[in-house]
Design a protein around this ligand. Structure first.
Ligand SMILES: [Zn+2]
Length: 371
């Protein structure tokens, strides 16, 4: 089952089992997080040549950005014109304004998200039921931090106030498997949540099964076709999103069902392709039993960042932060940056946890989350 024993890395590097998941979680309302501009946190996971063919106009935007930010090596980056700073340079985690964290982070209460309709055994609600419930809704938000998604996690419990989550995506292409990165996590016994797209999983079955078998890792749902999650056909970075509630359902359900059928896995968390979603799609995902999880720190800019940049981004992590990077680009410098950063973060006393350690599990309607 996907619900494996949570693990945590202590400062001394000695893994131990968590003995309690107790604590009154407070939801973090992502609509409160400033939208600093749009950028591509993970690109599309496709080769640059393919992207340039499909998105010829975006190379201009990237050059503009590089001029503004002085990070010219980030060739795969897309940011809207007018951004004064590279938005990934800002840690949006609760305590992301300093160079080192010094204490607990306070998070505010927010309205309750809808209770899930997925049942306790993890079976998905019927497609038509979801369409009937959400099909008439009109979204008012499109982007990286929609309501009812998580970009940080609550840190008002002893369990999590000194912890961060590392998440690594494997996108839709078959570009590869970053063995060096995964081996680095294993060597340091650092838990992580891995968001895997179905196309990647089916083209990397051996590697996928190795990750599934490793209790260090939690497997999240990164979609069936790696599409931005829209109910109205919005696009992100030139990538066409889903066009309806039914297509949102299919994007989530395809990989969910594949994981359940082949590996008896029950993903609790979903990250859409390009990390874009609207606020109706997040509710649909929640109703299907999967929280949408975005990020507060962009660790590798779609696996295009240099090792130094990856290192510096990782060092911006604060308690409550969720970092996004990629493990499907073995030719990138992500692993080199991670190798340098992890000992520093461990030295700071940060603990690494999987998302299922710090975010509440999907619950049955009879036992909704405390919020
Ligand atoms: Zn992706």
């Amino acid at each position: 089952m996907a619900r494996r024993s949570p693990s945590v890395l202590t400062v001394q590097g000695l893994p131990r089992k968590l003995t309690s998941r107790a604590g009154a979680f407070e939801p973090r309302q992502n609509s409160n997080i400033p939208h600093v501009g749009q950028y591509d946190p993970l690109m599309t996971g496709r080769p640059k040549e393919a992207r340039s063919r499909e998105q010829p106009k975006q190379s201009v935007s990237r050059r503009k950005l590089m001029t503004l930010t002085g990070v010219g090596t980030l060739g795969g980056l897309t940011v809207l014109a007018g951004a004064k700073l590279a938005p990934w340079w800002t840690d949006r985690s609760p305590q992301g304004n300093g160079t080192a964290w010094t204490g607990p982070v306070e998070t505010g209460a927010s309205p309750a998200p809808p209770s899930p309709t997925a049942n306790a055994t993890g079976a998905l609600p019927p497609r038509q039921e979801i369409i009937n419930q959400y099909g008439a809704r009109t979204p008012h938000y499109w982007g990286l931090h929609p309501e009812n998604s998580w970009s940080t996690f609550p840190t008002d419990t002893p369990l999590a106030r000194d912890s961060v989550c590392l998440t690594f995506d494997a996108c839709s292409d078959s570009s590869g498997y970053d063995e060096r990165l995964i081996d680095t996590l294993r060597a340091h016994r650092v838990p992580a949540t891995l968001f895997v797209n179905q196309r990647w999983a089916t083209s990397h079955r051996r590697e996928f099964e190795s990750l599934v078998a490793d209790p260090l890792f939690e497997i999240g749902n990164h979609g069936t076709n790696h599409r931005p999650l829209s109910v109205t056909g919005r696009t992100a970075y030139g990538i066409a999103g889903t066009k309806s509630v039914g297509e949102v359902y299919d994007e989530i359900a395809g990989m969910h069902t594949w994981m359940a059928t082949n590996y008896d896995l029950q993903p609790q968390f979903f990250r859409p392709g390009t990390a874009h979603a609207d606020n109706v799609a997040t509710e649909v995902s929640r109703a299907m039993g999967e929280w949408i999880v975005m990020f507060s720190v962009n660790g590798d800019s779609g696996a295009t960042a240099s090792a130094n940049q990856v290192y510096e981004q990782f060092l911006r992590l604060r308690p409550g932060g969720i970092l996004l990077a990629h493990f499907n680009r073995p030719g990138s410098e992500t692993a080199a940056g991670v190798e340098r950063a992890l000992p520093v973060l461990i030295g700071r006393g940060l603990r690494f946890r999987r998302l299922d350690d710090v975010l509440p599990a999907a619950a049955s309607p009879a036992q909704p989350p405390r919020w």
